[in-house]
Design a protein around this ligand. Structure first.
Ligand SMILES: *Cc1c(COP(=O)(O)O)cnc(C)c1O
Length: 366
């Protein structure tokens, strides 16, 4: 890590070039004549939705999804004429904001359909929407009962410009899971009832499941940010996030001394301990205590003792080059998000979306 960060204690580098390359790779994988959106919920999986939206928009991405209305409003200016869609759909009283910012709700209940139709009638012009169908998640989207009613009474969609029918995969990251093909079949059967609408189907992992999972519009999120969409195989995506922290203190302790809260780690030999200014308040989960490692020049150094709110302590006894002021890799080529996730008992999604607000953020332009 070089001079420009001289005053910072931790740096999160976000490689927008890699992000754009990932989007292009997914688009090419999805195939010619098909569109590929980008999912930017949770502040672009923790990496900064505005910057991510601008970079992808510049690269030609014209379909963006967020979870919440406010997330979509926040990035509207970064993607002026993109289809900006809200996965949580239309909440009570949100019609005005959706219309003002030209947002497209993913309607997931009859009540939302009714409210959006009423808004269209009030406006005197059709309003765009996606129809979210539940094919197995049992979380959001039209239930089979609601769907049956809608199919029986298609006038419920009056005033709604139905752009896409969408559904979401339960186990896309498990290629052999029988539910994947069941959902693809259910989705095809449902979509046939809405012949004028296009289809919107695969997430990141779904794009790797083969032609049965292709559609008019794919919705990858994780893979854009470098998360491996095929967990049992080498990661085909480029890394986007790199987190480094600088050694702010070094001390040599004799055997028998403990480090940190509650004496969770006791030195069994004379040890050199490096202190780094990052902790659980920065998304470095406390559950990683006693399990995590940081890296220096490709060499792993164990994080020892309890992870504090703002600090971690690292055993650098076997890494003499890790001196005061040196930068250590917290997330990067040696420790990708997946590796940290395994140690913390979570997934790489949670590692990225937990990343804190206190890092010096550096965006490497596409
Ligand atoms: C989060 C989400 C996606 C993106 O999923 P990834 O696994 O991150 O690619 C797509 N669709 C819906 C409905 C989602 O909630």
């Amino acid at each position: 890590m070089a001079e420009p960060y001289a005053s910072a204690g931790s740096v999160l580098e976000i490689d927008l070039g890699a992000l754009v390359a990932n989007w292009r790779q997914l688009r090419d994988l999805h195939g010619q004549g098909r569109d590929t959106a980008a999912v930017l919920k949770a502040d672009g999986y923790g990496l900064g939705a505005s910057r991510v939206a601008s970079a992808l928009y510049k690269a030609g991405c014209r379909h963006i999804f967020t979870a919440h209305l406010m997330e979509a409003v926040a990035i509207r200016h970064s993607a002026p004429d993109a289809m900006l869609s809200v996965l949580h759909g239309l909440g009570p009283g949100e019609e005005r904001d959706f219309i003002a910012h030209r947002l497209v709700p993913a309607l997931g209940s009859l009540a939302e359909i009714e409210a959006w139709g009423r808004a269209a009638a009030g406006l005197g012009q059709p309003l765009p929407a996606l129809l979210h169908i539940d094919t197995g998640m049992n979380r959001t989207g039209l239930s089979p009962e609601a769907l049956a009613r809608l199919i029986a009474e298609p006038t419920r969609l009056q005033g709604i410009d139905l752009r896409y029918v969408m559904t979401h995969l339960v186990s896309a990251d498990i290629p052999g899971a029988p539910i994947n093909l069941q959902q693809a079949r259910r989705f095809a059967a449902v979509a046939a009832h809405f012949p004028t609408a296009q289809r919107c189907f695969a997430n990141s992992s779904g794009l790797f499941l083969g032609p049965d999972f292709a559609s008019d519009l794919a919705r990858p999120g994780a893979a854009l940010y470098g998360i491996n969409p095929i967990p049992d195989a080498p990661n085909p995506m480029r890394a986007v996030a790199r987190l480094s922290a600088r050694i702010m203190q070094i001390r040599d302790i004799p055997a028998g001394e403990s480090v940190g809260y509650d004496r969770q780690w006791v030195a069994t030999r004379p040890s050199r301990i490096a202190t780094l200014p990052i902790g659980y308040a920065d998304g470095y989960h406390r559950a990683l205590s006693g399990k995590a490692a940081v890296a220096f020049g490709g060499q792993l150094c164990p994080v020892v003792g309890r992870i504090s709110m703002d600090l971690i302590t690292v055993d650098v006894t076997d890494c003499p080059a890790a001196v005061l002021g040196a930068w250590m890799e917290v997330i990067g080529p040696t420790i990708p998000p997946e590796r940290l996730a395994r140690l913390a008992g979570t997934n790489a999604y949670e590692i990225l979306t937990s990343l804190g607000r206190r890092f010096h953020r550096v965006y490497l332009e596409a």
